[in-house]
Design a protein around this ligand. Structure first.
Ligand SMILES: C[S@@+](CC[C@H](N)C(=O)[O-])C[C@H]1O[C@@H](n2cnc3c(N)ncnc32)[C@H](O)[C@@H]1O
Length: 284
């Protein structure tokens, strides 16, 4: 549900505004998952599910691929990747990184595509669709259409791997910031899950829908898919950035942290504790 302005008009998904946002965001997108140890945990958990569900030779549509962190992982797994994104700037960065880091051969093409309209791809064209890092959150009121498109282009028996923004997990990671927001705005955001001009006046940045784990599960289930995996993008490490800087330098301790994070983050009781919710579903 989207919030409403005083005039009663809800902010709707705007392809131009999200494209503009990620154009400005630029190369920070490449750094986003390696900035802090908590980001690296998220990278590790997202990567784990790619390794688990993407086999060599699979034809993968990576929609909202951004600057290419997960394109590189998919290439390492031996997948054939069609890189798609709404942002021309992110596509250029993806291409640049692919050539710089040697994974361009795995990429079929780079295409500017809106997840809400993938009509250029036929039904059942891909073995896997990867929509990591929130494209299904950024499309606001169009999320049913976007999810429908992801499932349409997937072959029967294929899997969609997605990650969306988590409501409670974002509050967990950014608690100080959340408490700095006026209580009335927080109430509206929590009630609707929507970060919009009308729920959060004066917000700078992108607008999105933040999911609760139960809501995500129900939303996916309504399409008739089978849920294969659901996980937070990390839970134990959130809030421990300082202490983890040292632990990251100790390979044994770091390996142990990643091992227990994977297990803990997939527990029912932890699902809402990471910035993202990762869901893997199989199309019937
Ligand atoms: C936070 S980045 C994530 C990039 C990468 N998938 C990752 O997880 O690191 C979100 C990406 O989704 C793209 N995106 C947002 N809305 C989209 C839409 N409607 N259709 C296609 N891509 C979209 C953005 O341009 C951006 O590159």
């Amino acid at each position: 549900m989207s919030g409403e302005t005083e005039a009663g008009e809800a902010t709707r998904y705007s392809a131009e505004s999200i494209e503009g946002y990620f154009g400005q965001y630029g190369d920070r997108e490449w750094q986003r998952l390696v900035e802090t140890p908590v980001d690296e945990v998220s990278l590790h958990i997202h990567t784990h599910y790619l390794r688990k569900h993407v086999l060599a030779g699979a034809r993968v549509l990576e929609i909202g691929a951004g600057a290419g962190r997960f394109t590189q992982v998919l290439a390492d797994l031996g997948a054939r990747v069609l890189v798609a994104d709404i942002s021309a700037v992110q596509l250029e960065l993806n291409k640049r990184h692919a050539h710089e880091y040697g994974f361009a051969d795995a990429v079929e093409d780079w295409q500017q595509v809106d997840i809400c309209d993938m009509s250029r791809y036929g039904d059942g064209s891909f073995d896997r669709v990867v929509a990591y890092g929130g494209p299904l959150s950024y499309v606001l009121d169009r999320r049913d259409v976007a999810l429908g498109e992801c499932l349409r282009v997937l072959r029967s028996g294929g899997a969609l791997l997605s990650s969306v923004m988590s409501l409670w997990g974002s509050a967990h990671r950014h608690l100080q910031g959340v408490l700095a927001v006026p209580a009335e705005a927080n109430r509206r955001i929590i009630e609707t899950g929507d970060l919009l001009p009308e729920t959060f006046p004066g917000r700078e940045g992108s607008f999105m829908h933040l999911f609760r784990a139960g809501e995500l599960k129900e939303w996916l289930a309504r399409t008739g898919v089978t849920l294969l995996d659901l996980s937070a993008s990390g839970c134990l490490s959130v809030g421990w950035e300082g202490a983890l800087e040292q632990i990251r330098d100790d390979p044994e301790a770091w390996g142990e942290l990643l091992r227990i994070e994977l297990e803990a983050s997939a527990e029912e009781g932890s699902l809402n504790m990471g910035t993202h919710l990762i869901a893997v579903v199989r199309k019937p």
